[in-house]
Write a protein that binds this ligand. Structure first.
Ligand SMILES: *Cc1c(COP(=O)(O)O)cnc(C)c1O
Length: 391
């Protein structure tokens, strides 16, 4: 991977940021090298109303603060705020909109985000239109009441790549807030703020934590006013993470660059293997030259994570047989952990999405998504081989 597979160069300094940003031992009373877990919910005041930096855990917490500094710096932003889940972050963000407001969202999106937008936001009079993956389609959906553009790139589960720069320009031209969910790539592979994103959303439960044992989300921005609002959301809405979980993610981020490089390598090896297999109809992975937005992916990201999807030749029966035969790939939703996972999106992650939308997106009975983990490449390929032989 000498020229990084033709992708943008890998970002410099991200490991150092993860290991040092906001973590200077000299700034701490006992000079702990590692950020301590601060569990106290409340702080003694010197006189009524006279407190130092912290007042109550929901408003602010030193372990959470440290994590937020690291995430902001990694995304080349000034502000980050952490929430108790990715959806907790997105639902807090939605409160920027009011009754009567409208926004445009990419049609291929995380199932839970889709449900939040259709089932919850609508109760508050906030309307969403789902648009195809191109800037003209987005522009056609804009109304006088439109306030926001919301995208994921690459999308889930069909891995379409969105042109972030062009979408950012559209948002700027029409004076809309541009929000990018960067969960699939993390700042190691993609930095949406450099393409004009006003807000970057994360489910930290995936690659950022990377060990399938924490649920958390984040909102990131370079805008001082928005940054202030995000912290106000923590205090006023209350979807905040526990300090213990914040500690776990601080620990995990120190290996993010190492992990992501390996996810990219393993994922691409699996994609190349599957693409040649006679029982596979089609593989979706942005680093494959057969991917429709392969050139765009190379222009706007420094690589790809371990996520790929493919169409198995056959029906639900074949998919079930294949998935039940896997040994190292665990049949489970979610992604981004050290252990490889496999999912049948139509039943496991997108069952909630209306059937018509699913059909249009190609979320069919033979679409399988893999989250390729950190096991040895040869073992993963051997596992897929024996499962395919069973079909
Ligand atoms: C998982 C996920 C979410 C939701 O995050 P949670 O932490 O599970 O609430 C949002 N967006 C994407 C792309 C995801 O993969």
């Amino acid at each position: 991977m000498s020229n990084n597979n033709g992708f943008l160069p890998l970002p410099k300094g991200l490991s150092t940021i993860a290991i040092h940003e906001g973590q200077d031992p000299d700034k701490r009373t006992n000079r702990e090298v590692v950020i301590p877990i601060s569990m106290t919910t409340t702080y003694k005041q010197e006189a009524p109303g006279n407190y130092k930096e912290y007042e109550y855990i929901r408003h602010g917490n030193p372990t959470r603060d440290a994590l937020e500094k690291i995430i902001a710096k990694m995304e080349c932003a000034k502000h980050a705020a952490c929430f108790s889940s990715g959806l907790g972050a997105i639902s807090s963000l939605l409160t920027l909109l009011k009754h009567g407001d409208h926004f445009v969202c990419i049609e291929d999106i995380y199932g839970g985000t889709n449900r939040l937008f259709l089932e919850i936001a609508s109760n508050f009079g906030i309307e969403v239109t789902f648009a195809e993956n191109n800037v003209d389609a987005f522009e056609k959906c804009i109304r006088p009441s439109t306030k926001m553009i919301f995208v994921e790139s690459p999308t889930n589960p069909t891995l379409q790549v969105v042109d972030l720069e062009e979408m950012g320009k559209l948002a700027k031209r029409r004076n809309l807030m541009f929000v990018v969910d960067n969960t699939f790539l993390t700042p190691f592979f993609q930095r949406p703020i450099s393409f004009g994103a006003d807000v970057v959303v994360h489910s930290l439960s995936k690659y950022m934590n990377g060990h399938s044992d924490v649920c958390m989300g984040a909102l990131v921005t370079n805008d001082d006013k928005l940054g202030e609002k995000f912290h106000f959301f923590q205090k006023a809405i209350g979807a905040v993470p526990s300090p213990f979980d914040c500690y776990q993610i601080i620990r995990s981020l120190k290996t993010l660059p190492l992990r992501m490089k390996q996810h990219f390598k393993n994922g691409l090896a699996v994609a190349e293997y599957l693409e040649k297999h006679p029982k596979i109809e089609k593989v979706m992975h942005p680093a494959l030259p057969s991917h429709p937005q392969h050139e765009l992916a190379k222009r706007q990201s420094s690589g790809h994570s371990g996520i790929l999807s493919f169409y198995l030749k056959g029906d639900m029966g074949a998919s079930t047989k294949f998935l039940n035969s896997l040994k190292y790939f665990t049949l489970a939703p979610s992604l981004g952990g050290a252990e490889s996972l496999a999912a049948l999106n139509v039943l496991m992650t997108h069952s909630w999405v209306p059937e018509q939308q699913r059909k249009k997106l190609g979320i069919t009975d033979n679409l399988i998504r893999l989250s390729v983990g950190l096991e040895d490449e040869e073992d993963l390929i051997a596992d897929l081989e024996q499962a395919l032989n069973n079909v």
